[in-house]
Design a binder for this molecule. Structure first.
Ligand SMILES: NC(=O)c1ccc[n+]([C@@H]2O[C@H](COP(=O)([O-])OP(=O)(O)OC[C@H]3O[C@@H](n4cnc5c(N)ncnc54)[C@H](O)[C@@H]3O)[C@@H](O)[C@H]2O)c1
Length: 273
């Protein structure tokens, strides 16, 4: 029996959105999928809406009639300020405000490790660690985490803020041995955030059961998230392919990794992860 009548996924054409589209299908009678780009055609249990997150009226229409929102659409890494502002900050506001107007009670948001990227590796963080962003991208994640707090305290909309670390098919470098999140664990985490009886305003790190980790989820046992995958299974492969780095390089010193080495996105050339 599906838990929800209609569940909205934003960013549904993206790498993680496509995984959620598949993995969350059993939870809802209808999945409503939105993105600014075309998605794979809707199946019988799906509805697709192509629109910009910065267009409030379009987002409001997409949110209307939904029971919960899984908000993954955003500038997915450091981008020029105008794009971070439009897609992530204005887009985040539009989703929360549309939820308030249409009575949606729960949102699962794709925040990021980069909300606390300037924490040192050996110090680490837990879910009460204050914001310490390493980029404009990280600032946009802090903004939506705080927006979620306002909408919970004032209007009772519950949110899970998933500080996703590195969600890929498998770990690609030595940092990922600590930060990797498998697709299966991502789906389990989002599902737990949707079905747990009460989540209030919960920050949780999106990581698999890695031996190394920069973060602790010990304060969010109420979610019942039990990751089943581990980066450890890939250690030998990764260590054979990637040499150890300089421990005093900011990309190694800080948990945000590569983004701690980037300049301002409007001024300098920068690489995508
Ligand atoms: N992949 C990771 O390891 C990781 C880590 C931390 C956080 N996240 C977050 O998870 C979310 C999904 O990441 P992803 O890896 O799937 O990225 P992605 O780029 O593959 O997906 C993002 C989707 O959002 C859509 N989008 C962007 N701007 C939009 C706009 N203005 N209007 C409508 N749609 C827009 C894009 O078209 C894209 O399909 C992002 O919010 C990202 O910041 C991902």
């Amino acid at each position: 029996m599906p838990r929800f009548n209609r569940l909205l996924i934003t960013g549904a054409a993206g790498n993680l959105g496509r995984e959620l589209r598949r993995g969350l299908a059993p939870l809802a009678t209808t999945l409503r999928l939105t993105d600014r780009v075309e998605m794979a055609p809707a199946q019988s249990h799906e509805e697709t809406v192509v629109c910009e997150l910065s267009d409030f009226d379009a987002i409001s229409n997409a949110v209307e009639g939904c029971d919960a929102i899984v908000h993954f659409g955003a500038a997915p890494v450091e981008r020029p300020w105008a794009e971070v502002l439009d897609s992530s900050i204005v887009g985040g506001y539009n989703v929360y405000e549309a939820a308030r107007r249409h009575g949606v009670q729960r949102i699962v948001y794709a925040s990021s490790i980069h909300a606390v990227g300037y924490e040192r590796r050996e110090v680490g963080a837990d879910t009460d660690t204050p914001h310490n962003p390493d980029s404009l991208y990280g600032v946009s994640k802090c903004f939506v985490e705080d927006l979620a707090k306002l909408y919970f305290n004032k209007w009772g909309i519950e949110s899970a803020l998933l500080r996703i670390n590195s969600c890929y098919p498998k770990p690609r470098d030595r940092r990922h041995l600590a930060t990797w999140l498998s697709f299966a664990d991502l789906i389990q985490l989002v599902e737990r955030c949707l079905v747990s009886e009460r989540i209030g305003h919960t920050v949780v790190y999106g990581i698999s059961d890695n031996r190394e980790a920069f973060f602790s989820n010990h304060k969010v046992a109420h979610l019942g998230y039990r990751p089943v995958d581990s980066a450890e299974d890939y250690r030998a492969e990764v260590e054979a392919e990637v040499a150890p780095g300089d421990p005093f390089d900011p990309g190694i010193e800080y948990v945000g990794g590569f983004l701690c080495n980037y300049g301002h996105p409007d001024e300098s050339e920068y690489l995508e992860s």
